[in-house]
Ligand binder design. Structure first.
Ligand code: NAG
Ligand code: NAG
Ligand code: NAG
Length: 309
């Protein structure tokens, strides 16, 4: 009986998305009672020859926008409209390990959605024109990836507060060598100690936490933050009580979250928050060791702020 209930979401989803583009996305259904979803958009490995590589777009210096069509008119301006095509290697394996640990610690298995197309072919963490660059296959794979997220969010939203973790990795500023938790708060705003819940993908939680007497600054980087729990597992992490501002790093670089964080977080309403987490390569290269530590910190945070029966 229980098995049937666990399988229901999987069946419902695969029937409604019965198209060949489903093969470009892996969906691992969560348990019936979970209120957690994980996504890994940048660890895809399929490089179909029939899809041209994503490339730099043309910059329109009047409208200050990018045209991502491969035959775009106009110039390709250095530093503008760059297409990032490197993958966040092993970030989906780390996400799987986190899902396993969260399941063990909370008794509820999160949903997980993994993009299988290499980032040189599709980047689901961008607006569609940049993400798929007008290729019809990439375009449909993008719709499939976000379509599954939408269906899962609809299931979660019907039951109350929920959280979405978007799992990433960086290589560009390895000397900072830390884990970056993104709530869509700009680096400059963290550095200036000047930010508010209005700009955050954690806006829904901020309101509930405030009702419990937890101020937003504390929720983001104080004793009541996810950063504190990750720090307690032995990681360098920003924002956290130890590294409250990105400028405290060697290079001070920091990603606040991308398209997925803004689209699927509670920034514009709703009860589902989104958190982007960026990991250096060495953590993604030893997921069996680091995954359970990170998963434990996330599980404690989930139990504290997203209780469900
Ligand atoms: C905008 O682009 C046009 C066409 O390439 C160029 O002639 C012009 O100098 C550019 N303007 C600015 C402000 O860069
Ligand atoms: C980053 O930290 C890890 C763990 O402490 C260490 O093994 C690695 O050498 C460090 N890398 C850099 C670039 O500092
Ligand atoms: C905080 O940031 C906002 C938005 O950039 C700015 O308008 C405001 O002046 C800043 N406040 C302080 C005290 O710096």
């Amino acid at each position: 009986m229980k098995l049937i209930f666990l399988l229901l979401p999987a069946i419902a989803l695969s029937c409604t998305s019965r198209d060949k583009y489903f093969k470009f996305v892996d969906y691992y259904p969560g348990s019936q009672d979970t209120n957690v979803i994980l996504t890994a958009p940048h660890d895809g490995w399929i490089k179909l020859d029939s899809i041209p590589d994503r490339r730099q777009g043309c910059y329109d210096n009047v409208t200050k926008t990018c045209n991502w069509r491969h035959d775009c008119p106009g110039e390709r301006v250095t530093g503008k409209c760059n297409a990032v095509t490197n993958s966040d290697l092993h970030s989906s394996i780390l996400a799987k390990q986190m899902r396993k640990t969260i399941s063990e610690k909370t008794g509820k298995t999160p949903h997980l959605v993994v993009s299988r197309l290499h980032r040189s072919k599709l980047d689901p963490n961008r607006f569609k024109d940049d993400a798929a660059q007008y290729n019809s296959v990439s375009d449909r794979a993008y719709d499939t990836f976000h379509g599954i997220i939408k269906r899962v969010h609809n299931i979660l939203a019907a039951r109350g507060p929920a959280v979405h973790f978007d799992i990433h990795g960086y290589v560009t500023h390895a000397t900072d060598n830390w884990t970056e938790i993104g709530y869509n708060i700009q680096r400059s705003r963290l550095n200036a100690d000047n930010f508010t819940e209005e700009e955050s993908s954690l806006r829904a939680l901020a309101a509930r936490a405030a009702a419990r007497g937890i101020q937003f600054d504390d929720l983001v980087r104080g004793e009541n933050s996810l950063g504190k729990l990750v720090q307690d597992e032995g990681f360098r992490v920003v924002p956290s009580p130890e590294y409250s501002r990105p400028e405290m790093g060697t290079e001070g670089k920091y990603f606040r979250g991308g398209y997925i964080t803004r689209k699927w977080g509670s920034l514009n309403g709703g009860e589902i928050d989104c958190v982007q987490i960026e990991f250096p390569q060495w953590i993604r290269d030893d997921t069996e060791f680091y995954g359970p530590k990170l998963g434990s910190a996330m599980a404690t945070w989930i139990q504290k702020y997203y209780p469900s029966d």
